[in-house]
Design a protein around this ligand. Structure first.
Ligand code: PMP
Length: 397
C-alpha cells in the first residue's frame, strides 16, 4: 500500500551525517562520535544485587503499573538532590521521564504549533532538534562563545522573533561545544525571558560532571516566575540504558506535561524506577559521581594534551570544565565531513561528528565534535594522535 505520511514526517528523516556516522560503526574504527559514558563505570555489581532483590514475589509490585508521574520515592530522592544543589523543589514538582530526551519531546508538544519559533544556541544539541522538528517549528539561533549563550545576541534575536515560544539551552558543559554559561548571562537570560514572557527549557544532563571551576546556579533556581522547565537525567551518572530522567516545572505546565507523558507511554518502567531508587537508597551516588568525574577529568586532560601537542596550530579546541565533549574549529574552508570521509576514516579509521549537523539553520562546515569519555585511555590517545597527524598532513599538503 501507499502510506500518505503526515506533513510533520517531512521533518523526520535521516541526515547525511547519520549516514556518515554509520561508516564509523565499523568495529575497527575508533569513534569520537558518540556521546557515550564509559561502560566500565556502570555500577553493574550493585545493580545486579538490586535487581535480584527486586525480582522476588514480595516485591512483585515493581512489575506492576505505577502512576504516570513516576514512583513517589524516586521523585522524593530527585527532589532532595536538586534541593541540595540549590534548586529547591519537592516530589510534587517533578515528573520522571524516559531520559532527558523525553522531556524535550514533551515540552515541544506542549508549546509548539507549526511555524512557532524555538530559540537555541548555535550550535545546539542535535537530539533537541530531532525532538522539536515534528512540531514543525522554525529556529532562531543565538551566538555562543566561551561563556555560553551570548545574551546580547539573544536580545537582538528576541526582538526579531515575534513567534518565539521558548528558549532552549544547555547551560552546563553544552553539547556539542562543552562550554558553560556564565552567571551574569544566566541572570540576563532570565531577565530577557521575563521581559518577553517566554518559557525557558534548561537541559542539564552533564551538570554533575564538573571537573573544576565554580559551581553555578541553575536557571531554574534564578527563576522567580515559574517559567523554567528544568530537565535532568540519570544517563550520565548511572546508566543511559535505564532511560530515566526528570522534569521540574510549575503547576499547570507540569500537569499538562504529565498528561502528554500519559498519552505517549503511560509511565516509565516501574522496574527501572525502583532499581534507580534502590540504588540511591543503598549506595552513595555522589561517591560514584566523584569516580566518574575523576575518570572523565583524566580523559579530558589526555585528549586536550594530545590535541595541544599534535594538532596543527590552525585547529583550535574548547577547554571544557566538565561534560563529555570538546569542539574543534578547523581553518576556514575546511569541510570536516569531507575530511572525515576522504581522509580520517579510510586512512586512520577514526571518526568524529562533523559540526554542521549541530547548527539549527545553517552553519560553517569547519567544526567537529569530539567525545572524550567513552573510550579506554590508550585507545583515546592513540586515536586522537592518529587523527591529529592525518589532519596535519592534510592541511599542509
Ligand atoms: N540533552 C543533551 C544536551 C544531551 O546531550 C542528551 C544526550 N546525551 C540528552 C539531553 C538526552 O539524554 P538522555 O535521554 O539519555 O537523558
Amino acid at each position: 500500500m501507499t502510506v500518505r505520511f503526515a506533513a510533520r514526517v517531512d521533518r523526520v528523516r535521516p541526515s547525511a551525517i547519520r549516514e556518515l556516522l554509520r561508516l564509523g560503526e565499523d568495529p575497527e574504527v575508533v569513534s569520537f562520535g558518540g556521546g557515550y559514558p564509559d561502560p566500565a563505570l556502570f555500577p553493574v555489581d550493585e545493580l545486579r544485587a538490586i535487581f535480584d532483590d527486586l525480582l522476588t514475589p514480595a516485591n512483585s509490585r515493581v512489575l506492576q503499573y505505577a502512576g504516570s508521574t513516576g514512583l513517589l520515592r524516586l521523585r522524593e530522592q530527585v527532589a532532595d538532590r536538586l534541593t541540595a544543589d540549590g534548586t529547591a523543589c519537592t516530589a510534587e514538582d517533578l515528573l520522571i521521564t524516559s531520559g532527558g530526551q523525553q522531556g524535550l519531546d514533551l515540552v515541544a508538544k506542549l508549546v509548539l504549533d507549526p511555524g512557532d519559533t524555538v530559540i537555541t544556541e548555535d550550535p545546539t544539541f542535535l537530539g533537541a532538534l530531532i525532538a522539536f522538528n515534528p512540531m514543525e517549528p522554525t529556529y532562531a539561533p543565538v551566538r555562543i562563545d566561551g561563556n555560553g549563550m551570548d545574551t546580547e545576541d539573544l536580545e537582538r534575536v528576541l526582538a526579531d522573533s515575534p513567534r518565539a515560544r521558548m528558549i532552549y539551552t544547555v547551560p552546563d558543559f553544552q553539547n556539542p561545544t562543552g562550554v558553560t554559561m556564565s552567571l551574569p548571562r544566566r541572570r540576563r537570560l532570565i531577565e530577557l525571558a521575563n521581559e518577553h514572557d517566554l518559557l525557558v527549557v534548561e537541559d542539564t544532563p552533564y551538570r554533575s560532571l564538573r571537573f573544576e571551576g565554580d559551581h553555578l546556579p541553575t536557571l531554574r533556581s534564578l527563576d522567580t516566575q515559574g517559567r523554567v522547565v528544568h530537565l535532568g537525567s540519570f544517563s550520565k551518572i548511572l546508566a543511559p540504558g535505564f532511560r530515566l530522567g526528570w522534569l521540574l516545572a510549575d503547576g499547570e505546565v507540569l500537569q499538562k506535561l504529565s498528561l502528554l507523558k500519559l498519552a505517549g507511554d503511560t509511565q516509565c518502567s516501574t522496574l527501572t524506577m525502583a532499581a534507580a531508587s534502590a540504588y540511591l537508597d543503598r549506595y552513595d551516588i555522589d561517591a560514584h559521581i566523584a569516580t566518574i568525574v575523576a575518570a572523565y577529568r583524566r580523559k579530558r586532560d589526555l585528549a586536550l594534551s594530545v590535541l595541544d601537542e599534535r594538532m596543527p596550530a590552525g585547529v583550535r579546541h574548547t577547554a571544557p570544565e566538565g561534560g563529555l565533549f570538546t569542539w574543534l574549529t578547523f581553518p576556514d574552508g575546511v569541510d570536516t565531513a569531507a575530511l572525515m570521509q576522504d581522509v580520517l576514516l579510510p586512512q586512520g579509521k577514526v571518526a568524529y561528528v562533523p559540526g554542521a549537523t549541530f547548527f539549527p539553520v545553517a552553519g560553517p562546515a569547519s567544526h567537529a565534535r569530539v567525545n572524550f569519555s567513552g573510550l579506554p585511555d590508550d585507545v583515546l590517545v592513540a586515536g586522537l594522535t592518529r587523527m591529529s597527524e592525518l589532519v596535519g598532513a592534510h592541511l599542509s599538503g
